[in-house]
Design a protein around this ligand. Structure first.
Ligand SMILES: [Zn+2]
Ligand SMILES: [Zn+2]
Length: 164
């Protein structure tokens, strides 16, 4: 019991974290990009060299818990990273190219409609919605077609060639 109380008082989230919180929130807010924790750590360190990874991760968690930022995985197109963006932005869907990692943001009525339909259909009260769409951008579609063409051509190597 005493340990729990001690733990609680040690947490003291408000005061100590304020400066880090502001640095990170500003970075996320101003970047207009979707930055992962590692990038944020690098940028934050330029503003305050004393910041370390643990602090940055802890601060991001805090901002997320406080409803100030959203944590996204963006289809894990680059592995396990998570990305952060401000909640101040209007709701949008993320359209992710699985080849080059380019991310587009789709804003529009259909998202709002989908929300309403879900709420009606399930009698559900939506607090938070996240829409992610994965696929290939127009640039990568061309490159993929070329790559597949090359793969088909190189599979005609003598070793793999079938005798007819
Ligand atoms: Zn692409
Ligand atoms: Zn976004």
């Amino acid at each position: 019991m005493a340990l729990e109380v001690a733990k609680k008082s040690l947490k003291d989230p408000g005061v100590r974290m304020t400066r880090q919180r502001k640095i990170l929130l500003d970075l996320i807010d101003q970047s207009g990009e979707h930055l992962d924790a590692e990038r944020l750590f690098t940028l934050a360190q330029q503003k305050d060299p004393k910041l370390n990874r643990v602090t940055v991760c802890r601060t991001l968690k805090l901002l997320k818990a406080g409803g100030l930022v959203d944590e996204l995985d963006l289809m894990h197109h680059k592995g396990d990273q998570h990305y952060y963006e401000t909640r101040m932005k209007q709701e949008h869907a993320h359209v992710i190219c699985l080849r080059c990692g380019r991310i587009e943001e789709f804003f529009g009525d259909p998202l709002q409609k989908m929300r309403e339909q879900i709420e009606d259909h399930f009698g559900f009260q939506i607090v938070l919605a996240r829409t992610e769409v994965g696929g290939y951008c127009s640039h990568c579609q061309v490159l993929r077609a070329q790559e597949m063409g090359n793969a088909a051509a190189s599979s005609g190597r003598p070793g793999s060639r079938r005798t007819l």
